[in-house]
Design a protein around this ligand. Structure first.
Ligand SMILES: Cc1cc2nc3c(=O)[nH]c(=O)nc-3n(C[C@H](O)[C@H](O)[C@H](O)COP(=O)(O)O)c2cc1C
Length: 210
């Protein structure tokens, strides 16, 4: 079973984080969560039922403790990177997708991402409003991630509908689980909802061992 680092960002789909966490734990994985502050608007630490002896949730305050950093203290984002066999970004919102594509790292989660060893698998489960998903910006950012972490042999002419297959073929360690079409929290109907929890758990089962 794998050590799974679950990265949660500020999509409304973060309400599913406790369910995804429980599903991964029930499957026998060891799970830690690194969450952005907007993600924590949608779920609370008390929803994560786990081993009380172990720290499960990591947030920016853990990276920047109020008493300051001293030599020998943990660098949290590097420690998490080293701990994890697989990094699961679910939900991955438009903002953090953009940061990933550009290499920005201004919080604990994006620092793990920037420091990630791409020889290890990373699972991306985007979730956003349909117009955000269908924007040419999304295609551009996914294309950049593919260019940075793929085999360099993919053609330019793929559409968002084909993105998961293109990643599977040309960036085997970057697993893209495309969003699904349904009525979104904002009331719009269309593609953008995070993939179902069992689908994400199945991706971890298949790729989690590296
Ligand atoms: C109620 C609410 C729901 C949101 N849902 C989404 C969403 O599903 N997808 C998305 O990309 N952004 C969504 N956002 C916007 C993000 O929270 C915002 O871009 C935030 O800066 C993301 O920060 P993070 O990537 O550091 O978590 C939502 C914001 C609010 C207030």
């Amino acid at each position: 079973m794998a050590r799974v680092l679950l990265g949660a960002t500020g999509s409304v789909a973060a309400i599913k984080v406790p369910e995804l966490y429980a599903t991964l734990r029930d499957a026998g994985h060891s799970v830690r969560i690194v969450a952005t502050e907007p993600a924590l608007y949608f779920f609370g630490p008390n929803e994560l039922i786990g081993d009380a002896a172990e720290q499960v949730l990591y947030r920016d305050a853990d990276e920047w403790p109020s008493e300051g950093w001293s030599r020998g203290d943990l660098v949290v984002h590097i420690a998490l990177r080293e701990w994890a066999d697989v990094f699961v970004l679910a939900p991955l919102d438009a903002n953090t997708l953009a940061k990933m594509a550009m290499g920005l790292c201004d919080n604990c989660l994006t620092c793990v991402l920037r420091a990630w060893d791409f020889a290890r698998p990373i699972v991306l489960a985007p979730a956003m409003n349909t117009r955000m998903w269908e924007s040419p910006i999304t295609r551009r950012h996914l294309g950049q991630i593919l260019a940075d972490h793929g085999d360099g042999r993919q053609s330019q002419g793929w559409s968002l509908d084909e993105a998961s297959e293109v990643f599977a073929k040309h960036a085997s360690k970057v697993v893209l689980i495309a969003p699904q079409a349904k009525r979104l929290a904002c009331g719009d109907f269309g593609v953008g909802a995070m993939a179902a929890v069992p689908l994400i758990a199945e991706a971890v089962r298949r790729w989690g061992a590296g």
